[in-house]
Design a protein around this ligand. Structure first.
Ligand SMILES: Nc1ncnc2c1ncn2[C@@H]1O[C@H](COP(=O)(O)OP(=O)(O)O)[C@@H](O)[C@H]1O
Ligand SMILES: [Mg+2]
Length: 288
């Protein structure tokens, strides 16, 4: 499958753009949209899910214009909105039956499908309790289950790992990684480590624009040879920060350990292996 987003803009009002001339091609696999709050991730996802219309541009799924024919993608879409509201009085079974009815999923296999999904998101034991009694992470997991209900070929998860603990994240990853071969999976986060463990490819966004897209290795390679660590005197840190992009610090007795990105490392620095977080901070910083 191939989703082709071309020159898409979303203008909310006179001076406010959610997306600006945004182009991206997405193929099967897991793509992580990474960007700080306000970068435009939710705007892009809503437009792909045909919940929101762009002001400009085209989007094609396997050559079909989905802005003109939104039903083409809706039939094969699973979507977890960022502000996923649930029906507090329904239990997990009832809620998934309700969503199934809305999506036109039915038949003899439905009960088994619901059981398997509840198993997959580790909610089977709480499935008879009203969703209103669930924790934030449990609500998020029922949201993930509903997105998967209709065997979707295009899956959009807006900040799916919010509220999930490490074990639940691993479950989520396992749940979607089998689907990635035959479907397009897009997930967003503002936390690098969430994307790092799950996504095959990463698209870094800032202010409604695409900064870069590639495999994790390709994105990381953009800071190869630029990441350094050194020990500084405590009082020299403020000045150092004005001249270098500091990505991490760790105070020791009288000194401070600093990880930074630079083309001209200071004397006494040691080169460090670049990480996705380094690349993200470097590529979204203003002085790169
Ligand atoms: N309905 C709206 N009306 C006006 N501005 C909006 C609306 N939705 C989002 N925005 C603005 O568009 C930009 C992108 O927002 P959003 O897509 O929610 O970013 P993200 O999901 O990456 O945090 C932000 O500056 C946000 O304030
Ligand atoms: Mg968002």
């Amino acid at each position: 499958m191939r989703l082709n987003i071309q020159n898409v803009s979303k203008r909310y009002n006179k001076e406010k753009y959610g997306l600006k001339d945004y182009s991206l091609t997405i193929e099967n696999g897991i793509l992580g949209l990474l960007g700080s709050n306000g970068a435009g991730k939710s705007t892009l996802m809503k437009i792909i899910a045909t919940i929101s219309q762009p002001t400009d541009g085209t989007i094609e799924l396997d050559g079909h214009n989905i802005l003109q024919d939104p039903n083409y993608i809706r039939k094969m879409l699973g979507y977890l909105p960022q502000d996923f509201g649930v029906y507090a009085n329904l239990n997990a079974f009832e809620f998934l039956e309700y969503i199934a009815a809305m999506k036109g999923v039915g038949g003899a296999g439905l009960r088994n499908r619901i059981d398997a999904l509840l198993e997959g998101v580790n909610l089977i034991e709480s499935a008879k309790l009203p969703i209103g009694t669930y924790s934030g992470g449990m609500k998020q997991r029922i949201g993930i289950a509903q997105a998967l209900l209709n065997d979707p070929k295009v899956l959009i998860f807006d900040e799916p790992t919010v509220g999930l603990d490490p074990e639940e994240r691993m479950r989520f990853r396992n749940l979607i990684s089998d689907l990635a071969e035959s479907s397009i999976i897009i997930l967003s986060s503002h936390i690098v480590s969430d994307i790092e463990t799950i996504a095959d490819e990463v698209a870094i966004m800032k202010s409604g624009t695409l900064i870069t897209k590639g495999t994790q290795a390709e994105v990381i390679s953009k800071v190869d040879g630029k990441v350094f660590e050194t020990l500084l005197e405590n009082n020299s840190l403020p000045d150092f920060k004005t001249k270098n992009l500091v990505v991490n610090t760790n105070r020791q007795k009288n000194k401070v350990w600093v990880r930074y990105i630079s083309n001209n490392p200071v004397n006494g620095s040691e080169a460090a292996a670049a990480s996705l977080e380094d690349a993200y901070l470097y590529l979204t910083s203003n002085n790169n």
